[in-house]
Write a protein that binds this ligand. Structure first.
Ligand code: FPP
Length: 281
């Protein structure tokens, strides 16, 4: 159930409204994370340079975020640039992605204001070029008081390096407070993640068909529903976000427990365990 954001359903396209009408308002996700993949393939299929795929991908970012804001989604977290992208892609492509991010921020802050969107970032952003960091800080500050969707861009982000940073932060805190390691609980690790201020994603969408997590939000996706589509990111629009949410609503989330449809009450499960001599503990 949404905790924030104002519904602007009348601003959806007719097609989006038709999908939205099939959704159960009480079972909307709070947090959707997306692995935006397939920019290069999108360009390749058209015999275009990869850069043009990224440029088109940036348009999808804005359109999908606006649809998210219209349905009042509180949190949208997009994998925009991984640590691995930074280390393993040709310098020319990395430089292009940095320029694209800068110009994306410059040209979209007004639209973010119009849509009540707040922008934030996660990742080792201090390692990005200073002029990109300046624009990022400017856009975050400009949109900080908006109360609708929080768009979080994961930039120079890696799930394992996030855990390394969290453990470093936690170890420093423990040293300072003279705490013993056996006092550490899951909540302490959560407090030191980049995402400490947000709920874990309910739904993770990956475009372009790959069945991988690619080092994205490793701790946070423990119980997240995963939706993979063959659609390439530059072709992904708000309506596809709504379709993914419709699919999510057809799932049964069990968090390691028994689902409603298991046909077994607690008593029946006990009898079953007894019959098969399954010892507890
Ligand atoms: C994957 O495409 C996508 C990325 C490298 C990151 C996503 C970047 C964007 C959507 C554009 C810029 C974003 C913003 C916020 C301005 P790929 O190159 O790996 O595609 P491929 O697997 O088909 O080669």
């Amino acid at each position: 159930m949404y905790s924030s954001g104002t519904l602007r359903i009348q601003e959806l396209t007719a097609e989006e409204r038709a999908v939205y009408a099939t959704l159960k308002p009480e079972r909307l996700p709070d947090h959707v994370a997306i692995i935006m993949d397939g920019n290069g393939r999108w360009a390749g299929h058209r015999s275009l340079k990869r850069f043009l795929g990224h440029q088109q991908g940036a348009k999808s970012v804005q359109l999908v975020t606006e649809t998210a804001s219209r349905i009042g989604l509180p949190w949208l977290t997009l994998y925009a640039f991984s640590l691995e992208n930074n280390l393993r892609r040709p310098r020319a492509e990395v430089n292009f992605l940095m320029r694209l991010l800068k110009s994306y921020l410059e040209s979209n802050v007004q639209r973010m204001m119009d849509n009540n969107i707040r922008i934030r970032y996660i990742g080792r952003t201090h390692e990005l070029p200073p002029e990109v960091q300046d624009r990022m800080a400017w856009a975050a500050e400009a949109t900080a008081r908006n109360t609708g969707t929080t768009l979080t861009l994961a930039l120079n982000y890696g799930g394992r390096s996030e855990l390394v940073d969290a453990f470093r932060g936690l170890a420093a805190e423990m040293k300072l407070k003279h705490l013993s390691p056996d006092r550490i609980g899951e909540e302490d690790i959560h407090r030191h993640l980049y995402t400490a201020h947000m709920p874990d994603p309910d739904l993770l969408i990956r475009t372009s068909g790959e069945m991988r997590l690619s080092n994205y939000l490793l701790w946070q996706v423990a119980y997240t529903e995963i939706f993979v589509t063959e659609r390439l990111w530059p072709d992904f629009r708000g309506i596809h976000l709504l379709e993914a949410i419709a699919d999510f609503q057809r799932r049964e989330r069990r968090y390691g427990g028994l689902g409603e449809g298991s046909g077994e009450g607690a008593g029946e499960a006990d009898e079953e365990a007894e019959r098969y001599k399954i010892a507890a503990g």
